[in-house]
Design a binder for this molecule. Structure first.
Ligand code: GLU
Ligand code: ZN
Length: 289
């Protein structure tokens, strides 16, 4: 199987340095393997989408010399929605789902769903989300960066939502179908999402999809130990000087580009692809910016 990687930003704001790093790491990893690199706009949660953010993200990536090898996928595309709907129907036919009418307030304080609605008469006539039934499964994967991980559904999430009360499909369902349809062989993303992997492996199994491998790279924190994120208003990456921003990113990843490599953005990326050694990030959970 040939290598296929992806970068899957949510269009909820500008790219900040942490998300640029996500793009760069997935890009280097794909190119090092001579593989494809795809961009997918994860706009499944329409309530968080900022109009125009997708275009700005794609422009920023372009300014940094990173272009999707295939047309950019959008989760709001009606064809994608049909795929999610079909998967939900499949799980429902297999009696693996049930409606849940619990409110946020009722669930406050519990990180694992207590199973309240699981064995109650169907409440499908009230506003409800759809949960997928889980048992006490554990999943093990050998993460390229973080090593062997064991995650258990019962202690991590319990029965989890795949469709929201407001009718939107959940990230957890969409992402596995998108990765499968885009034939992604390795999922490279931030360590902050690592704990969703067992739920995704479970859905992949239920839906009979192909299991990708995983590579969760370290979170970028600022000098105050704060994770760089849109929530804490990390500065957007500017287009002005992609080469110096890329150089800072590469240094954070343990590579020091020589002056000769810094002629153009594309020569810098070419140098980085040759130098890229994912082993260097092994066991590292945090990078200080
Ligand atoms: N859309 C997610 C984000 O922007 C990434 C999800 C993933 O890579 O699986 O944080
Ligand atoms: Zn419930």
């Amino acid at each position: 199987m040939s290598y296929r990687g992806r970068f899957a930003p949510s269009p909820t704001g500008d790219l900040h340095f942490g998300s640029l790093l996500a793009a760069l790491v997935s890009f280097l990893q794909a190119r090092k393997h001579g593989g494809d690199w795809l961009v997918r706009i994860e706009d499944i949660d329409e309530t968080r989408t900022i109009p125009g953010a997708d275009q700005k993200i794609l422009q920023t990536l372009a300014a940094f010399g990173m272009h999707s090898d295939e047309p950019v996928m959008y989760q709001t595309d009606p064809q994608r929605q049909a795929v999610y709907q079909q998967a939900l129907a499949q799980l429902t036919t297999q009696q693996l789902t049930y409606p849940c009418t619990c409110t946020r307030k009722q669930l406050a304080g519990s990180s694992v769903y207590p199973g309240t609605c699981r064995n109650q008469p169907s409440k499908a006539n009230k506003p409800h989300s759809i949960r997928v039934k889980t048992q006490n499964q554990s999943y093990t994967f050998d993460d390229l960066f973080q090593g062997v991980q064991i995650q258990n559904l019962a202690t991590q999430s319990g029965d989890f939502n795949i469709k929201r009360k407001d009718g939107l499909f959940c990230y957890m369902l969409a992402v596995v179908l998108d990765d499968a349809d885009q034939r992604i062989s390795e999922v490279v993303r931030g360590i902050d999402i690592m704990d969703s992997t067992a739920r995704q492996m479970y859905l992949i199994e239920l839906l009979g999809l192909t299991q990708p491998s995983y590579a969760h790279f370290p979170v970028v924190v600022d000098t105050h130990n704060q994770k760089l994120s849109k929530q804490n208003h990390a500065k957007p990456v500017t287009h002005e000087d992609p080469m110096s921003t890329t150089s800072v990113a590469l240094e954070l990843l343990g590579m020091t580009p020589p002056t000769a490599a810094k002629k153009t953005q594309s020569s810098l990326l070419d140098w980085a692809i040759k130098q890229w050694q994912p082993e260097r990030l092994r066991g590292i959970t945090e990078l200080r910016y």
